[in-house]
Design a protein around this ligand. Sequence first.
Ligand code: UGY
Ligand code: MN
Length: 253
Amino acid sequence: MPAFVPPGVIGHNRSLFARNYAILPPDGMFPSLLPGLREAQVFYQATPRMGARFAQGRLEVLPGGGTSGTREDGLEHFLYILSGTLTVTAGGTESLAPGGFAYIPAGTGFGFVNNGSETVSAVWIKRRYVPAPGFGRPGLRFGSRDATPRTTVDDSGRWRQYLLGTADMTMDFEMNVMGFAPGTHFHCVETHIFEHGLVMLEGQGLQLLDRDWHELWAGDFVWMGSFVPQQFYCTGWEGAAYLLYKDVNRDVE
Ligand code: UGY
Ligand code: MN
């Protein structure tokens, strides 16, 4: 037996990188070790290098790991905990369990540490903030998916949770959990200016990207650039849910 056996069948992988979208299952993703992080790594999934206008990665923090002190890079940040408990300091200090999140506005110093015994896995999004003159700037926010109300979409079997609110002109992106009962889908194939970073949280489904359908399972990541035709169809016996980044509320540059 070789010392290192890669996951899956050698030579096969579902990763797909197209001009304006990408599908990145966790298999075969490589971590970045970064200055300012101790015992922690980031599996980048979307960055401006691929044409995205934001950066998103899966952060892994080992017990005792975290940031080296406070960081302030001029960007706005969003953290969403997938597993483990992460203590985030930004003004106040909060221990975030799975489903917990923090929005850290641009210009706010912050740090995090894993004080638990389990490795933390989290979604980490960062981007340059685009102000909206006359609307003020968003403040620091901590919250959790459990405490965020569900909005049902008519009687379609679909539901949403707006983690950072919606139609808030101080914000230049939304983070929404989109939920689907088995067999449900959007009312149309969407095509829009907004960009997405999608993390499958639960269940499985078929995702349309441009002209092709792709199977998605919990843990998969999808980048959708502007104007990619998109549709989701929930398959399997359980419902499905994904966490969706969406850039909103700003005019064309
Ligand atoms: O709000 C949205 O743009 C959402 N319906 N798109 C998506 O889930 N791909
Ligand atoms: Mn969309």
